[in-house]
Design a protein around this ligand. Structure first.
Ligand SMILES: [Zn+2]
Length: 368
């Protein structure tokens, strides 16, 4: 009777909730990157002969506009100490060397894989104090709007240099809708990126997120030389970097695609004891080689362990995939992972192995 009653309640609950549009959850995590001084962004002219001088100049100008756009947005949000949100910009000619005062360099490259990026179609990347802009991909993805693509990508990558992660919802269909509709996404950090660069903009949510990382002293927050003459009563504290995961893991680094059989990969991890709070999911954001994004929302156990599955078939996209893990809006980017998907003609595994995989695949369906 008890079982019957609870299954009855379950049925009623499901019926009621399906009558309403269910709530879409989103995450807007911070990463562990921090600026520790008033930053100077240095755009460095490329020595490549694949780009004309006038196009190179235009790209340099776009990076200056990107810097000024953030500076204005952040300073507009500050009533008194506007200098706390100062951002400097400098152009470095192709024959000049990068000077010591450059906090972040903006570099222009043709081939992403050749210049350090793991994803071949990527528009831009932020790695080790440098923003990379891949102009050939901008051209092939954004067409005639590629210069605006460069501007918006630079603004987006600057967001990472401040410590912003990607804004995304837990609904993959909704994410795809957002980036194709004729309306600005809720954040410049929205992943995936909007198909029209004109619509990618810094929003109030973005500005407030940067302010929440640095607090009342702006870019002086993590600096040794905070201006002592300015006293703020009840200042908002900055957000120190957090390390939400003990480890993150995937069952294989290379996924081989077979024509008549699915391949499964396990993604798992352990949340640090000190950070674990019951009731919060882990967001797993997978960026595919075509720059589409899949989000998985996983419920950890009471011990802080989490595990989920990805299923691949012959239609899966070959190439490099990257994974980010967010917990309670925090990312430790050292826990990001990469895996490769390869097409293969290798013969299928033996029948017994085969059965085994098919069985697990059935379980995996519900997660993916
Ligand atoms: Zn990004």
């Amino acid at each position: 009777m008890k079982i019957l009653l609870s299954s009855l309640i379950f049925v009623v609950f499901v019926t009621i909730s399906s009558n309403y549009a269910y709530a879409i959850d989103y995450t807007y995590p911070t990463i562990n990157q921090r600026l520790t001084e008033t930053p100077t962004y240095c755009a460095v002219e490329s020595i490549s002969d694949k780009i004309s001088l006038s196009q190179m100049n235009e790209m340099m100008d776009k990076s200056q506009i990107a810097v000024n756009t953030w500076k204005e947005k952040l300073q507009d949000s500050e009533l008194i100490n506007k200098d706390f949100w100062d951002i400097k910009f400098k152009k470095i000619g192709k024959n000049e060397s990068v000077s010591d005062d450059c906090t972040i360099t903006i570099l222009f490259r043709d081939d992403p894989e050749f210049s350090g990026s793991l994803l071949s179609k990527t528009l831009g990347a932020f790695m080790r104090s440098s923003i990379y802009i891949y102009y050939e991909n901008q051209e092939s993805i954004y067409g005639e709007k590629w210069m605006d693509g460069i501007l918006k990508t630079t603004i987006h990558e600057m967001g990472h240099t401040f410590g912003l992660g990607h804004y995304t919802t837990d609904d993959n269909d909704y994410n795809r809708k957002i980036v194709t509709r004729n309306e600005s996404p809720p954040s410049i950090m929205f992943a995936p990126a909007h198909i029209n660069p004109d619509l990618r903009m810094i929003t109030e949510i973005d500005v407030q997120k940067v302010r929440s990382i640095y607090g009342s002293y702006g870019f002086h927050a993590f600096s040794e030389q905070r201006p002592s003459e300015i006293i703020i009563e009840n200042p908002i504290s900055p957000l120190d970097p957090t390390y939400p995961f003990e480890f993150t893991e995937i069952s294989k680094n290379t996924v081989k695609l077979f024509r008549h059989q699915d391949t499964m990969m396990t993604i798992s991890g352990q949340i640090n004891n000190a950070v674990y709070m019951s009731g919060h999911p882990v967001y797993i954001l997978i960026t595919n080689p075509d720059l589409s994004v899949d989000v998985l929302k996983v419920k950890p156990t009471r011990n802080g362990f989490f595990e989920t599955y990805l299923n691949f078939n012959y239609k899966s996209i070959p190439g490099k995939h990257s994974i980010e893990f967010a917990y309670i809006d925090k990312i430790d980017q050292s826990k990001n992972l990469i895996f490769d998907v390869e097409q293969t003609d290798i013969p299928l595994p033996s029948k017994s192995e085969n059965l085994n995989i098919v069985q697990v695949n059935n379980n995996a369906e519900q997660f993916f």
